[in-house]
Design a protein. Structure first.
Length: 90
């Protein structure tokens, strides 16, 4: 009888440990998928920052070449990052 109880507990603990490993694997897989999605969106975020800089300069009347160049560079970098990151993280 004691052997049966010990065997049952050992079998339960093994299944519990396996379930924990599977749950941890699924959690890590979700993190990796989320990071890949974020990396794909990074180019769009940079592009939107560039657009925000240009909109800010238009509404404030600040027409300095440095602000306009920063907005243009951010848009170009965001566009290129979007292309390259989407190819890399397909």
């Amino acid at each position: 009888m004691n052997f049966l109880i010990i065997f049952s507990l050992k079998n339960f603990s093994n299944r519990f440990i396996i379930a924990l490993f599977v749950a941890e694997y699924e959690k890590n897989k979700l993190k990796i998928d989320t990071m890949n999605t974020l990396m794909k969106s990074l180019g769009i975020v940079i592009l939107l920052i560039g657009v925000g800089i240009l909109v800010f300069t238009a509404f404030t009347g600040l027409r300095s070449n440095a602000a306009l160049a920063a907005g243009l560079i951010a848009i170009i970098v965001g566009f290129l990052a979007h292309i390259f990151l989407n190819k890399k993280f397909e």
